[in-house]
Design a protein around this ligand. Structure first.
Ligand code: KIV
Length: 271
């Protein structure tokens, strides 16, 4: 079992220092139940805006609201004590101006106690990263396939597959790092580009659908548990079929209630 012995929450500088020493493991969580289970198993928990899809059943991440991010991030922080917790800033909460970004990121940090924020950024948003970092907000920059740009990109498309796209991605990575991002999340990035970016920096790269060339990996927990049905991205290995476990347990309960074999001991609280 590859859990790490730790007795306090991992900090952002400690996470950064893991580069080159050990692979970084991350999963998403938005509920207390999942956060408690994964806390000792991962280095950081991402309270992703994928919550809009996996938690609320909405068609994209675009509808995630700041109040929802704050509520779920606070739940995850309150339910954990070991993993670094990173909140994913929702669409529309940081793109308008530096001041808007600072106000909302500061609110997320202050109201939830999380350790850092993640922003989907390209070269144009690098100055926002710089503004935030200079004011005490640790930022992980998410580049490559950016779900908040789905309408601009015309779908969820892997990035870096052509030489031009690879160059653009390296430029986004460089701009984010020069602006002070403490790490990069690379989503849907071609392996050769992910490797090039990873080798060119002393900051950790965390991949999702971006090959083992990255310094660490993150997955949406519900995807690896088999809880997202036919929405699971192709690159996710099915580690478990929890939907089937739930189906079986709930069917047994329903059958017991219906056929009168529901155990007597369930009759009253504490009796
Ligand atoms: O919202 C999310 O879950 C993400 C994934 C890339 C991990 O950003």
């Amino acid at each position: 079992m590859s859990t790490h012995i730790r007795n306090r929450r991992l900090t952002v500088p400690q996470l950064v220092a893991m580069k080159g020493q050990q692979k970084i493991v991350s999963l998403t969580a938005y509920s207390s139940a999942i956060a408690k289970v994964i806390d000792p198993l991962v280095d950081f928990i991402l309270v992703g805006d994928s919550t809009a899809m996996v938690g609320y059943g909405r068609p994209s991440t675009l509808s995630m609201r700041l109040e929802e991010t704050i509520a779920h991030t606070r739940t995850v922080v309150d339910s954990t004590r070991l993993a670094c917790v990173i909140a994913d800033m929702p669409f529309g909460s940081y793109q308008q101006s530096h001041e808007q970004a600072f106000r909302n990121c500061a609110q997320v940090l202050a109201d939830t106690g999380c350790d850092a924020v993640k922003l989907e950024v390209n070269q144009a948003l690098a100055s926002t990263v710089e503004f935030l970092v200079a004011r005490g907000i640790p930022v992980m920059a998410h580049i490559g396939l950016m779900p908040q740009f789905v309408n601009v990109m015309g779908g969820y498309k892997a990035q870096g597959l052509t030489p031009e796209s690879g160059v653009a991605l390296c430029r986004d990575a460089r701009a984010s790092l020069q602006a002070g991002a403490f790490g990069l999340l690379l989503e849907g990035v071609a392996e050769s580009v992910a490797r090039k970016i990873t080798q060119a920096t002393d900051k950790p790269t965390i991949g999702i659908g971006a090959s083992p060339a990255c310094d660490g990996q993150v997955l949406v927990t519900e995807d690896l548990l088999g809880l997202t049905g036919d929405q699971v991205p192709r690159f996710v290995k099915p580690y478990a079929d929890v939907a089937e476990v739930i189906r079986e347990a709930c069917t047994r309960f329903a059958n017991e209630v219906r056929d009168g074999t529901f155990p007597e001991t369930h009759h009253c609280y504490g009796v």
